[in-house]
Design a protein around this ligand. Structure first.
Ligand code: AHM
Ligand code: MG
Length: 337
């Protein structure tokens, strides 16, 4: 018969990362695997809370504002606490930066390890109450040799990250990860409580057919962005215009872009002079994943991963996705300048 036997050799995220670490031989200590284990656990915990949210009254406001002056949702606060507690207890971290915390957390000696984690515990919070996809974004640095772990260990270009990823809480829970050697996607098997390798070696198609911008901001957009959007909406005769897809959850919009191709953009504009997205824990991890999947990530005028951060919550314009699409956008900027 054609019936497939159930696999008896499943590849879990932990097994997969360990296998990659083994390949690195002597350098690998297993510390990164243990840190990623802590992150997986937080994602599972946040995923259950997201699913339960409507039942146990976690939707709605927590009654506090975060650093950016935005209202915090209860789930944001909860997810932040889950991550800080778990990352500290892992014994593998030295510095934590969260979107929800004004100051970096310096881990006390008792728990100190050699990694720094920058994260947005629950991104896309405007989508929570409607049950639309949201996610956790994270990037990992190693502390500089000799450093005890200070803010300067995370004020470094994204190209120096040793790993980056996100977890998307959607119709399935997906963790997408790069440790600097390509991008892999894992899906949570809720019965097993394990992330299973389901999307090995993700590569962004070199060109896509989808653009993903908040065009409600058009009145504020600068000219190169108008020129680029016009070029894909009113293409030379014979070519088809691009389709628009915009969820307003970066994790979901980037996830689709990695799988289907196209371009995601959150430009700087006349109102927001550095755009909206945060460099350290939104732009850097997503740019890292994009490049590792064969795509391009730019501010329009330079590579995102090359930016030297000066403060932990700074913002940055973001365009990322298929190589040819993003290169077209870069050309539009060059022609304009
Ligand atoms: P948040 O961190 O407050 O959730 O904001 C970040 C989100 C991103 O997920 C998304 O790409 C963007 O904000 C959407 O912004 P807008 O609603 O302005 O289009
Ligand atoms: Mg965010």
């Amino acid at each position: 018969s054609n019936e497939e036997l159930p696999s008896t050799d499943i590849i879990t995220l932990t097994r997969h990362v360990l296998a990659q670490q083994f390949q690195l031989g002597a350098i690998a200590t297993g510390d990164l695997t243990l840190l990623l284990n802590a992150i997986q656990t937080t994602s599972k915990f946040i995923a259950t809370n997201v699913r339960k949210a409507r039942l146990i009254n976690l939707v709605g406001l927590a009654g506090q504002s975060n650093v950016q002056g935005e209202e915090q949702k209860k789930l944001d606060v909860l997810s932040n606490d889950i991550m800080v507690n778990s990352l500290r207890a892992s014994g593998k971290t030295a510095v934590l930066v969260s979107e929800e915390l004004e100051e970096a957390v310096i881990i006390e000696d008792k728990y100190k390890g050699k990694y720094c984690v920058v994260f947005d515990p629950l991104d896309g919070s405007s989508n929570i109450d409607a049950g639309v996809n949201i996610g956790t974004i994270f990037g990992i640095y190693q502390i500089a040799p000799g450093s005890k772990g200070t803010v300067s260990d995370v004020l470094r270009p994204g190209s120096e990250m040793v790993a980056a990823g996100y977890t998307m809480y959607g119709s399935s829970c997906n963790l997408v990860l790069s440790t600097g050697n390509g991008v892999n996607g894992y899906t949570l098997d809720a019965a097993l409580g394990e992330f299973i390798l389901t999307h090995p070696d993700i590569k962004i198609p070199p060109r896509g057919k989808i653009y993903s911008f908040n065009e409600g901001n058009s009145a504020y957009f600068h000219q190169p962005v108008h020129n680029y959007l016009n070029s894909i909406k009113y293409p030379a005769s014979g070519k088809s215009p691009y389709s628009a897809r915009y969820i307003g959850s970066m994790v979901a919009d980037v996830h689709r872009t990695l799988l289907y191709g196209g371009i995601f953009g959150y430009p700087d504009d006349k109102k927001s002079k550095s755009g909206k997205l945060r460099l350290l824990y939104e732009a850097f991890p997503m740019a890292y994943l994009t490049e590792q999947a064969g795509g391009v990530a730019t501010t329009g005028r330079g590579r995102i991963l090359d930016i030297q951060p000066t403060s932990i919550h700074q913002r940055c314009p973001v365009f990322l996705g298929s190589r040819d699409d993003v290169n077209d956008l870069i050309k539009t900027y060059e022609e304009f300048d």
